[in-house]
Design a protein around this ligand. Structure first.
Ligand code: FAD
Ligand code: SIN
Length: 548
């Protein structure tokens, strides 16, 4: 039984405020939304960390958009569909690739300093793209440039009420409509924020894995709170592992962008062989799922924890100018990438599924919109094409803002009382929380990782279910609440991965190694019904059955 709210509360006894729009999250998705409507509406932006501490900030490769001379939205469409392995929503992808170029140019007009060459946007190549299509900023510091630009604009906009270090616990619902959120701020401030519209832009859940590129904020809070509130969650079995994270005993692991392979870096094994040759015509630049799987296979068969990326044939000036962050990070760790092999291994990187929505951000829960990595619009299918994520955040945030004005009505203030008292006192210390978090991350990495089997998935599900009593306790720390969200998010992933008895995109079932369109060309849909998780499979995602 999964309880509806994370804490006991009585809404009559908690401070409240009211906004037109509440935005949860300050990555590319949340900031873009706040920025676009902050001048016209009363917007509150909530983020559980500092404004700039997001996954967006760490993005390296860039933003994919058909702006090159030898490119077209049709070609971008084709590559996205090919990578998505039969599960992309084609209408959604058409919107993504056709509106993408304008959104990229707009971001540049907002002030983000992308790299240019002879007056044209400089483009690099990444896995699964048939042409160089990825626009970047300060070489491999694209995310940092985008985040800094948007943060500075949002801070200048006095219409946006920015609330940092405020942890959103739950979406509040009444009569099956989302009417606001309840929040926690250290050490013991609880507050309610009501709004006409709530936009969830809370990012992904890479921290469910021990080996991940995602920063500590990526704990699956968005999917967990939306699920508890009754929204549908789709396609979360499709967890993408990036092939080349810098091998080190740390979490998160530092990313080595695919663009380095786009410039000519090779993947090699311990015998010095380019093992991707013969596996796929694009070799190292094959779609991410294929490269990751081959790396995993090679590592397992040779009993090694990492392989190598060889960038030594790229001129040192280019390494320094195009990949300054990577060059510096590796040097700080004793690797001169102009001379030495870079140790790399796959790491959990991106959640292709999320809260079901259409390309206007509408979820199945009236009043709730979703944008960015938290969303499942269907554009990524079973395997996201490299650098399509930042693009999705840009495209969908604009579309949400185009329709929001019609959703914003005079806000009622006579909300019914909400009272919750079923939570049990906890007996968990901070050390216990960290121990369970560590256990969960290892469980997910070992059993719900790159290669999956019925036996391993069952083991993971049983272990998650036996940890579910933790969901009934009442914590009063962010780490405790995050752990509860991680347990629920882990269950969402393990359950849908268990049910999908085929191999497709990033979901590789060793016991069902083939793609099975006849039975499984469908999207997983998870939903809580009176605290119980129900799974079904449907032909369409991004077409909510009930729109706000
Ligand atoms: P985020 O940027 O993750 O922001 C989420 C926000 O939600 C944060 O502000 C967080 O604090 C807040 N939040 C979460 N939970 C709560 C809560 N409970 N209460 C309050 N606030 C909350 N994609 C590309 O397209 N191109 C790339 O080059 C690229 N490189 C990448 C490199 C790395 C190392 C990684 C990890 C990812 C990369 N990706 C890339 C993926 C991409 O960066 C992310 O998918 C994207 O930035 C997500 O943006 P977002 O706005 O949805 O979420
Ligand atoms: C990378 O730069 O390799 C990451 C790009 C992405 O995740 O889209």
């Amino acid at each position: 039984m999964i309880p509806r709210y994370l804490i006991n509360f009585d809404s009559d006894k908690i401070p409240k405020s009211v906004s037109d729009v509440l935005v949860i999250g300050s990555g590319i998705a949340g900031l873009s939304i706040a920025l676009r409507i902050g001048a016209d509406f009363k917007v509150t932006l909530l983020t559980k960390s500092e404004l700039g501490e997001t996954t967006t900030r760490y993005a390296q490769g860039g933003v994919a958009a058909a702006v090159g001379e030898n490119d077209s939205p049709e070609s971008h469409f084709k590559d996205t569909i090919e990578a998505g392995q039969g599960l992309c929503n084609e209408e959604a992808v058409k919107i993504l690739v056709s509106e993408g170029p304008a959104r990229l140019r707009e971001l540049i007009e907002f002030g983000a300093k992308f790299d240019f060459n002879n007056g044209k946007i400089s483009l690099s190549r990444e896995g699964g793209h048939s042409v160089a299509r990825v626009a970047h900023a300060r070489g491999d510091a694209t995310g940092s440039e985008i985040e800094a630009t948007l943060v500075s604009l949002v801070r200048k906009n006095s219409g946006i009420n920015i609330k940092e270090n405020v942890f959103v616990l739950d979406l509040i619902t009444q009569e099956d409509k989302c009417i606001g959120v309840i929040t926690y701020k250290y050490p013991d401030e609880i507050e309610i924020f009501y709004a006409n519209v709530v936009v969830l832009a809370a990012g992904g859940m890479g921290q469910l894995y021990k080996v991940t590129t995602n920063p500590p904020i990526a704990t699956g809070d968005g999917a967990a709170m939306a699920c508890r509130a009754g929204a549908e969650i789709s396609d979360v079995e499709f967890i993408q592992f990036h092939p080349t994270a810098f091998y080190a005993n740390e979490n998160p692991r530092f990313l080595i962008t695919e663009a380095l392979r786009g410039e000519g870096a090779y993947l090699i094994d311990y015998d010095g062989n380019r093992f991707m040759l013969g596996v796929h015509p694009l070799a190292e630049l094959a779609p991410r799922d294929i490269v990751t799987r081959e790396m995993f296979r090679t590592m397992t068969s040779t009993n090694k924890d990492f392989l190598f990326l060889d960038a030594t044939r790229i001129p040192i000036e280019k390494l320094k100018s195009n990949f300054p962050t990577i060059y510096r990070h590796c040097l700080d760790n004793g690797i001169d990438i102009s001379k030495d092999m870079i140790p790399v291994a796959p790491a959990a990187h991106y959640m292709s599924g999320g809260v079901s929505s259409d390309m206007n951000g509408r979820t199945t829960l009236p009043g709730l919109y979703v944008c960015g990595e938290s969303a499942c619009t269907g554009v990524h299918g079973a395997n996201r094409l490299a650098s399509n994520s930042l693009l999705e955040g840009l495209v969908v945030s604009k579309r949400i803002c185009d329709i929001l004005p019609s959703e914003i009505k005079e806000l009622k203030t006579d909300f019914e009382k909400v009272s919750v008292s079923y939570r049990l006192p906890r007996g968990y210390s901070k050390a216990d929380v960290l121990e369970v978090r560590d256990y969960l991350q290892k469980l997910m990495t070992d059993n719900v990782g790159v290669v999956r089997t019925e036996k391993a998935l069952k083991l993971a599900l049983d272990a998650i279910e036996s940890a579910e009593d933790i969901l009934e306790l009442e914590f009063n720390s962010v780490s405790g609440f995050e752990l509860q969200n991680m347990i629920l998010a882990a269950k969402l992933i393990a359950r849908s991965a268990f049910e999908r008895r085929e191999t497709r995109g990033v979901h590789f079932r060793e016991d069902f190694p083939l793609k099975d369109d006849l039975n499984w060309k469908k999207h997983s849909v998870l939903k809580l019904n009176e605290g119980k998780m129900e799974v079904s499979f449907r032909g369409l995602v991004g077409q909510p059955s009930r729109l706000s």
